[in-house]
Structure formats: C-alpha cells, structure tokens
Design a protein around this ligand. Structure first.
Ligand SMILES: Cc1cc2nc3c(=O)[nH]c(=O)nc-3n(C[C@H](O)[C@H](O)[C@H](O)COP(=O)(O)O)c2cc1C
Length: 186
C-alpha cells in the first residue's frame, strides 16, 4: 500500500469483529511504531496491552461514571452527555485489544513523541487490514494510580495514547477535512 493512500484512507473504527489480533502482529505494530522521530532521541515511550474484554467493560463503565461525575464543570464534555449515559455504549467500541502508549514525563517532548508513535501504529495497522481508534475517553482512567500499578507502569509515565485495535466489522465513510487554514506564505 502506498503511504499516501494509507494516510488518506485510515479512519477511526468503532465497530469490531470479535476476533483477537495475533500477538506477533501487535508486537510488529509496536516495533514499527517506534520508528517515529523523538525529541533528543529519548524514545520516552512504554506500552501496555489489554485484551481482557471483561476488564475493558469494567474500565469503560468506570470511565463513563467518572466523566459523568464532572460533566457539568466541563463544557467540552457536554456534547457527549447522552452517549456517556447510554448503558450500551462502551468507550472501547467492543474492540478486542487496547494498546496504551505511555510517555516518560522526564522528557519534555513525551506527548509529541508518543503521539507520533500512535499515528505510525494506526497507519501500519491500517495497511494490515486492522482498524484502530484513539480513545481519549480512556486517558484519565489509564493515568489512575491503581491501573498504572496493575499494569506495572512506573509513576513517572503518563498515558498519552490509548488506542483500540481490531478487525473492522464495517467500512467507515471518509470524514471530510476542513480546508487547511493558511496564515501566510511569505
Ligand atoms: C486525541 C484524540 C482523542 C480521541 N478520542 C476519541 C474517543 O474517545 N472516542 C472515539 O470514538 N474517537 C476518538 N478519537 C477519534 C476522533 O474522533 C477521530 O480521529 C476524528 O473524528 C476524525 O475521524 P478519522 O480518525 O476517522 O479521520 C480521538 C482522536 C484523537 C486524536
């Protein structure tokens, strides 16, 4: 697949087959992802994989409850209120795999670095017929001390990119892009 085709063809996938992604494939995606550029070549990332669907259901319920608890103080969450109140809605969209990309806060660039790893992984996954979606709803959850402890994530790492991965159950229509805002061209 051409790179430009992958960049333009990737979509956030929100419907998944109940099929695991093989471990070797996930390992290959991670080892491809880390070819991202990185500030001062610090490579400040660390990964955790969760494939336990019951645990993901529990985490989804917990994340929804905690977001609903603060929703009235967070105007940017208001548009998601009905979705978060919907008992059927799972923030992980029923995906078989959650890949958490943590970054070490000892690197000033960790958010950029880990975001680029995430994009590499989503594009490489797309080339292999694997769908992905960045789950911002899971960020606070993945930074909870008890979850970090359970996943053996050291305290100085913050969650940057929670990604779900899996085989898409349906095709997703392209999301139109706005015209790029050009401030100047001197
Ligand atoms: C930082 C970030 C957080 C996101 N959080 C969520 C999320 O919690 N749930 C979700 O379904 N999609 C989430 N998305 C996916 C966006 O909604 C999606 O990228 C956007 O609508 C454009 O669609 P596309 O990825 O198909 O091009 C997130 C994307 C980013 C980059």
């Amino acid at each position: 697949m051409e790179l430009i085709e992958a960049i333009k063809g990737r979509r956030s996938v929100r419907f998944y087959e109940d099929l695991p992604v093989p471990r070797e494939t996930l390992e290959e995606l991670i080892s491809t992802g880390i070819y991202a550029p990185t500030g001062s070549n610090l490579q400040p990332w660390g990964f955790a994989v969760v494939e336990d669907k019951q645990l993901m259901q529990k985490w989804s319920d917990r994340a929804k409850e905690s977001m609903l608890g603060v929703i009235d103080e967070k105007p940017q969450l208001q548009r998601y209120k009905a979705l978060l109140q919907n008992k059927e809605f799972n923030i992980f969209h029923g995906a078989p795999c959650l890949l958490l990309i943590y970054g070490s806060i000892t690197s000033t660039n960790y958010i950029y670095d880990c975001s680029m790893v995430a994009q590499n992984i989503m594009l490489a996954a797309y080339e292999k017929g694997i769908g992905s979606c960045w789950i911002g709803f899971a960020t606070a959850l993945g930074n909870s001390p008890d979850i970090k402890e359970m996943l053996n994530v050291p305290g100085e790492y913050n969650l940057v990119a929670p990604l779900v991965l899996g085989y898409p159950r349906r095709k997703h229509a392209a999301v139109p892009r706005k015209e790029p805002v050009m401030f100047n061209w001197v």
